[in-house]
Unconditional design. Structure first.
Length: 247
C-alpha cells in the first residue's frame, strides 16, 4: 500500500514469523511501510510480503548487527521476540533463567544497540513488546519471564531518556493474554498437568476481565499508531493493551 499513514517509512520487525510479530509486520506493510522482517525460523517468513526476509537469531549480537547494517536507513523498529518460562524460582534452573533473559531482554538490547546509530540522524520509533507480567504486575509461575520483561521496560525508559534529543521515541506495549501459537502451545502443555484442555484454557482466560483473549492484530494496531505521526509526542511509555487486567 503506497498511500498509507506509514508511507515512506522503513521498518524492521523481529519475530515476524507468527503471533504478534507477524501481525505487526503485516500491519506496517498494510499502512505503507517498507518492512524488513526477521525470525529465528526463516521458513515462517517466506510468504511475508516484506522488502526482505532474514533468518536471524536475535540473541546473537553479531547476527543482529549484520542484519540491521544491511538494511541501512531505519525509521521504525518493532521488537517482538519473547519466550515464556512457566515456573516459580524453585522450578527455574540456571539454564531456564539464562535462556529467558537472553531471549526476552538481551535480544532487545542487541536490536536497539544496532539500530540506534542508523536512526540518530532522522529520529524514529522503537517499540518493544513487553508484558503486564513484569514490573507492572506479578503473575504466578512467571518469575523469570516477569524479571526479563521488567528489564525490557527499564531498558526502554532509559533509552527514551538517552535519545530524546535525537528524536528517537522508545515505548513498550504490554499486552494481556494474546491468542498466539505460543499461547496455544502453553495451553497444551498446561493441559497435561491439569488433565483437560478446556481447564487449561480457562486458567488463562480467568486473567482476562474482558472474557476473551486479545488478537495479535489488536497489538499490531497500537504499534502502527506509535510509529505514525499520531504517536509523535509519545515516548518512554508502557502502553497496556490488556482488556482491563490493569484496571
Amino acid at each position: 500500500m503506497s498511500g498509507g499513514r506509514l508511507a515512506g517509512q522503513v521498518a524492521c520487525v523481529t519475530a515476524a514469523g507468527q503471533g504478534i510479530g507477524r501481525a505487526i509486520a503485516e500491519r506496517l506493510i498494510a499502512d505503507g511501510a517498507t518492512v524488513h522482517a526477521s525470525d529465528i525460523d526463516g521458513g515462517l517468513i517466506g510468504d511475508l510480503p516484506a522488502a526482505s526476509r532474514h533468518a536471524v537469531d536475535a540473541t546473537d549480537p553479531e547476527a543482529v548487527a549484520g542484519w540491521i547494517a544491511g538494511i541501512g536507513r531505519i525509521d521504525t523498529v518493532a521488537h517482538a521476540v519473547g519466550f515464556v518460562h512457566h515456573g516459580t524460582v524453585e522450578h527455574c534452573s540456571n539454564a531456564d533463567w539464562r535462556k529467558t533473559q537472553s531471549i526476552c531482554l538481551d535480544s532487545a538490547f542487541h536490536v536497539i544497540r544496532a539500530a540506534v546509530p542508523q536512526m540518530k540522524q532522522r529520529g524514529g520509533s522503537v517499540t518493544l513488546i513487553a508484558s503486564l507480567a513484569s514490573s507492572l504486575k506479578g503473575y504466578p509461575f512467571r518469575a523469570a519471564y516477569g524479571a526479563a520483561k521488567g528489564g525490557v521496560i527499564g531498558l526502554m525508559k532509559a533509552c527514551a531518556a538517552d535519545y530524546l534529543d535525537h528524536g528517537i521515541r522508545f515505548n513498550a506495549i504490554c499486552p494481556g493474554v494474546v491468542d498466539t501459537p505460543s499461547l496455544r502451545a502453553r495451553i497444551a502443555s498446561l493441559a497435561e498437568e491439569m488433565g483437560s484442555l478446556s481447564a487449561a484454557e480457562n486458567w488463562f482466560l480467568d486473567r482476562q476481565p474482558a472474557g476473551r483473549f486479545a488478537t495479535p492484530d489488536e497489538i499490531a494496531g497500537t504499534c502502527a499508531w506509535l510509529a505514525s505521526g499520531d504517536g509523535a509526542f509519545v515516548t518512554g511509555q508502557t502502553i497496556n493493551v490488556d482488556g482491563g487486567i490493569s484496571i
